[in-house]
Design a protein around this ligand. Structure first.
Ligand code: DER
Length: 233
């Protein structure tokens, strides 16, 4: 799987991170380290003039560890290109994101970018959202409201919606923004129109951001088990 992630990341950087690009958004997860690795290989001469905007703590440390310059999105409201991972991508390039509970900042940078590019291994290449990633739609919620949001999600049809609990941490996962995360699986019939479901969930009081990225992704790169790449545009 790691070589598939690397192949997808390298191809995406080679095709979408141009020498004249100055501001680059770096996403979160286990595929983006290969994105940073490939960008660093473009050399100090071009990278010393660039700024790299992270989508969270992990992403920021990746940038710093690679010797690249970190910038705040505040200083660069518009970004040349953002490259990020995803938990599933359908044939219309809609994504489920938030497996790493970073989807708020990821969506801000995806929206701010001229080009939003997704990189993933073959396990994420789906036809309809919810078929490959079955853990549910990641939803960032204000801690004060989490029980009400859970109740409303169940009423909406997500019977198994649950608060994401820490593994190496007692209690719930807390995002880089100090919020909680709910994972809400919906029946596949609800997932046929991700844009519609996104709006319904986003309107629930207490929801901060929803891990459905619709009509945002310009291209998705998938590394396959046989070493080839699949590109969806
Ligand atoms: O949370 C996210 O959307 C991340 O980008 C992440 O889930 C991507 O998955 P990866 O670790 O397989 O790259």
């Amino acid at each position: 799987v790691e070589s598939a992630k690397r192949a997808a990341a390298y191809a995406a950087v080679d095709n979408h991170v141009k020498p004249n690009h100055v501001v680059i958004g770096i996403g979160s997860g286990s595929t983006v380290p290969y994105v940073v690795e490939r960008i660093a290989q473009q050399g100090a001469a071009v990278n010393e003039k660039r700024w790299f905007v992270p989508t969270g703590f992990q992403s920021k440390e990746l940038i710093i560890d690679a010797g690249l310059r970190v910038a705040d999105v505040d200083s660069f409201p518009s970004i040349d290109v953002t490259i990020d991972g995803a938990d599933e991508v359908d044939n219309a390039l809609n994504c489920i994101k938030g497996g790493g509970a970073c989807q708020l900042r990821e969506k801000v940078l995806a929206e701010a970018a001229n080009d939003f590019i997704v990189v993933a291994d073959y396990r994420k290449n789906g036809t309809q959202l919810g078929t490959k990633w079955t853990q549910g739609i990641p939803i960032e919620v204000a801690p004060f409201a989490f029980a009400k949001v859970l109740q409303n999600l169940k009423r909406m049809g997500s019977a198994d919606a649950k608060l994401r609990m820490g593994k190496a941490k007692a209690g719930p996962v807390v995002t880089d923004n100090g919020n909680f995360c709910i994972d809400a699986p919906f029946p596949l019939s609800y997932m046929k129109d991700p844009s519609e479901l996104l709006v319904k969930i986003k309107l629930l009081t207490g929801v901060v951001e929803v891990g459905l990225f619709c009509n945002m992704c310009k291209a998705a790169y998938f590394g396959n088990q046989d070493g080839t790449i699949t590109i969806k545009t």
